[in-house]
Structures are given as C-alpha cells and as structure tokens.
Design a protein around this ligand. Structure first.
Ligand SMILES: [Zn+2]
Length: 85
C-alpha cells in the first residue's frame, strides 16, 4: 500500500513514493547505507520524506549489528575553502 505524502515543504512540488538509497549516519558517526527504502520524493527538488514508521525502522536497523550487509569503504574528503570562493 502506498503512502500519501503531502506536497514538498520546500518547493511545494508533488511528492511521489519511490524506492531510494539512504545514507544514514548514526549518532556514533557511523555511516550505514540502505537500499530500496520506500520514501516520498519531490518531483521538483528531489527532497526525500519518510513516514514515521520508515524513519523508526531505519534508526533501529542502523543500530542492529546483527543485521549483516556488505561493507564498502568510502572516501571521506574535506571540502577545501578555496573551492567555495
Ligand atoms: Zn521540493
């Protein structure tokens, strides 16, 4: 069953349900990537919205060390100030 999402609170665009990839950062600063997460995505600006149930599930699953997944290493780059000027 699809959830009905309210219009985008940023641009007022139409929000439609989609399966998205989520980069979730835990409070311990650990990065967990989820795939196939049902979320409302704004057709105009791409902002993602999660239902309370999905948001809660992401939080629980991110903390659950027994849920095995693949581990990938990601480059972490510091953004140089000179690039913003
Ligand atoms: Zn939007």
């Amino acid at each position: 069953m699809k959830h009905e999402y309210a219009n985008c609170s940023f641009c007022g665009g139409k929000v439609v349900e989609n399966k998205v990839k989520v980069d979730y950062r835990t409070t311990g600063d650990e990065l967990v990537v989820f795939e196939d997460v049902p979320a409302g995505v704004c057709e105009q600006c791409g902002e993602k919205y999660y239902t309370a149930k999905v948001a809660r599930a992401l939080e629980l699953m991110a903390k659950d060390k027994s849920l095995a997944g693949k581990v990938v290493s990601v480059p972490v780059k510091s953004f140089p100030e000179s690039m913003a000027i």
